[in-house]
Design a protein around this ligand. Structure first.
Ligand SMILES: Cc1cc2nc3c(=O)[nH]c(=O)nc-3n(C[C@H](O)[C@H](O)[C@H](O)COP(=O)(O)OP(=O)(O)OC[C@H]3O[C@@H](n4cnc5c(N)ncnc54)[C@H](O)[C@@H]3O)c2cc1C
Ligand SMILES: *[C@@H]1O[C@H](CO)[C@@H](O)[C@H](O)[C@H]1NC(C)=O
Ligand SMILES: *[C@@H]1O[C@H](CO)[C@@H](O)[C@H](O)[C@H]1NC(C)=O
Ligand SMILES: *[C@@H]1O[C@H](CO)[C@@H](O)[C@H](O)[C@H]1NC(C)=O
Ligand SMILES: *[C@@H]1O[C@H](CO)[C@@H](O)[C@H](O)[C@H]1NC(C)=O
Ligand SMILES: *[C@@H]1O[C@H](CO)[C@@H](O)[C@H](O)[C@H]1NC(C)=O
Length: 502
């Protein structure tokens, strides 16, 4: 199997490279600090001197450095000058002040799942939020305080003894922070809204190092800004989320092979056009790997058993594998694989749609086949996928454009189609960029041709490709975001970090 072979070879190569960087740095690390006049290494040494014992700084190759800078997609990782795990808001405040004073480039990483290069990575000071890992359930207010260094799997597992649940990620490994700062499309979105619609407070270290507790009553402007505004307003250390009662859920993963794809498409269209029960959800993923097209089908129902009828069509189609049952929420999420292979580069793109029709499903299937075959010639380890994610047309009615900066319009219930492609060869970045851009444009043009009013539809920042113009994400909310930014980050310190910049 060529995929496996190249995995082994490349894993070895990167291990060798990592070891040689590590040993080079280990011998020259301290000298680097003394000799370099560069802002970044000065920032690293100043930070190291300022930190309390709650926090830890690592030089390249040492301590938790590789864990700190690592990402789900290797193309989102950069070699930083140093990494730091702040362990208190006070230490993080000092770090922000040193970054501002030295004008050093930096990064903030939550779960490291961004698909866009440079969004949570840097060649400067890399801040990993992993020590912000509390999960505190408040029964009396039905809220949960969640540290910004967590992944959703851990949040769900911690809440299970309290039979509580939050509106978070759908598959294993995804970070709380970037997900929640950008939107958050969840299995519970039809019932309760996007994750940002369920945030009742933030603990935030402002760009000048001041620690602030933000709520709708204390600061509606910053609440609006943080509900969609990523890292433009400071570094979030804690989210307070609404909690909802939870029992076991029903669902899991079914895989189908090429010969049943007409039926799967038909079942998906039937589900998305007919099912109105807000507890039900699906993701139909067309994928192409090792020369074959297939579907990974996720089913979800927010109760221990799904009512008869809703998923019958999916269950009646003969499948390659089936893991669907009553289970805990965290078991469901943990068992949904989110990567085809470890160590690949990755690229996302998105198209905002209003509905899934048979014609559109056929276009998406053809795109999967076409680009899968074509790009396998460029890189034999190519993995191509298109996530069809139907929601109820009412999904945006749980929040408002005056209290959340994303989405900029809530009158239309937009469905974000997610294109995710993986590959190995970094010299093919441009090829994959061009192709995924073209594929999204093809699908959008077809949707418009089929009568969908999406020509100017906003797109979801957590699925959007890095070249997306910023007004496509925030639309008419951009102006208010910029006004708020003037007040809280007048020197534009946060521009020293990558990501969506307003
Ligand atoms: C396998 C997979 C499944 C996914 N499933 C879903 C899904 O079901 N629904 C959905 O809506 N999205 C989904 N996404 C997209 C997901 O929302 C984004 O990848 C998101 O960026 C993940 O957050 P993170 O903390 O892991 O990202 P990171 O890469 O750590 O950060 C992303 C951005 O947020 C900023 N940031 C991170 N932490 C902080 C902080 N504490 N303060 C300020 N800024 C910060 C970073 O600087 C960066 O710009 C999925 C992605 C993947 C790879
Ligand atoms: C800070 O760095 C940025 C680029 O990283 C640069 O554009 C800017 O001019 C610098 N500001 C100062 C005050 O040096
Ligand atoms: C979808 O619904 C149509 C119309 O009711 C039906 O003919 C078709 O068989 C359904 N698809 C599947 C896969 O059951
Ligand atoms: C997928 O990614 C996780 C980390 O998110 C990693 O632990 C796992 O080994 C990867 N799976 C494969 C098949 O490489
Ligand atoms: C399939 O997609 C490719 C690429 O977009 C396109 O050139 C081709 O015409 C499509 N085929 C069909 C049958 O639609
Ligand atoms: C930091 O910024 C906040 C918000 O603009 C402001 O209230 C606070 O006084 C500033 N702190 C310092 C030390 O300048």
């Amino acid at each position: 199997m060529p995929g496996r072979l190249s995995l082994t070879f490349r894993t070895l190569c990167s291990l060798v490279a990592a070891l040689s960087i590590a040993s080079a740095q280990a011998s020259s690390g301290p000298e680097l600090f003394v000799r370099s006049a560069d802002a970044t290494s000065s920032a690293c040494s100043q930070i190291e001197a300022a930190l309390s014992s709650a926090s830890e700084l690592s030089l390249p190759g040492l301590g938790s450095f590789y864990q700190d800078i690592g990402h789900w997609a290797t193309s989102s990782t950069q070699q930083a000058a140093c990494s730091v795990q702040p362990g208190s808001t006070q230490d993080l405040g000092k770090i922000m002040q040193i970054i501002a004073a030295t004008n050093s480039s930096f990064a903030v990483k939550g779960g490291g799942h961004t698909s866009n290069p440079g969004f949570s990575s840097t060649t400067g000071v890399h801040i990993s939020m992993s020590r912000f890992s509390e999960v505190t359930y408040h029964a009396e207010s039905s809220t949960v305080d969640v540290g910004s260094g967590l992944i959703w799997d851990d949040v769900y597992a911690a809440l299970e003894p309290d039979n509580a649940m939050v509106v978070g990620g759908r598959v294993t490994g995804v970070g709380v922070a970037g997900f929640t700062l950008g939107g958050g499309y969840s299995w519970l979105t039809n019932q309760y809204g996007l994750t940002i619609d369920t945030v009742t407070g933030y603990e935030l270290v402002l760009p000048n190092g001041t620690v602030a507790s933000i709520t709708d009553s204390s600061n509606p402007d910053l609440m609006f800004a943080l509900r969609g505004g990523y890292n433009n307003f400071g570094v979030v250390t804690k989210f307070t989320l609404k909690a909802y009662p939870s029992a076991n859920v029903w669902g899991g993963l079914i895989t189908y092979t090429a010969n049943t794809l007409d039926d799967v498409a038909s079942a998906s269209v039937n589900f998305s056009s007919k099912v109105t029960d807000p507890k039900a959800g699906i993701i139909t993923t067309y994928n192409f790997v090792l020369g074959e097209i297939g579907v990974s089908q996720l089913l979800f129902y927010d109760a221990p058993q799904a009512p008869a009828g809703i998923f019958d069509e999916f269950l009646a189609i003969s499948s390659f594998s089936k893991d669907v049952k009553s289970r805990t929420f965290s078991d469901l999420v943990r068992n949904i694989p989110s990567n085809a292979t470890g160590g690949t580069r990755g690229i996302f793109n998105t198209v905002s749609l209003l509905e899934y029709t048979p014609e559109l499903m056929e276009v998406i299937r053809n795109e999967t086949q076409y680009w899968g075959q074509k790009l396998s010639l460029e890189d034999s380890g190519t993995f191509i996928s298109y996530d069809v994610e139907p929601f109820q047309p009412t999904l945006f009615t749980h929040g408002s454009t005056s209290t959340a900066s994303y989405p900029p319009t809530r009158s239309q219930g937009l469905l974000p189609l997610n294109l995710y492609w993986a590959y190995w060869d970094s010299s093919k970045d441009q090829v994959f960029y061009d192709a995924i851009t073209q594929s999204a444009a093809t699908i959008k043009a077809k949707a418009v041709e089929l009568g969908q009013d999406v020509a100017d539809a906003p797109v979801y920042g957590n699925y959007a490709i890095f070249s997306t113009p910023i007004d496509k994400i925030y639309g008419g909310n951009l102006e208010r975001l910029r006004t708020i930014k003037q007040q809280y980050d007048p020197n534009n310190v946060m521009a020293l970090a990558g990501g969506w910049k307003i």
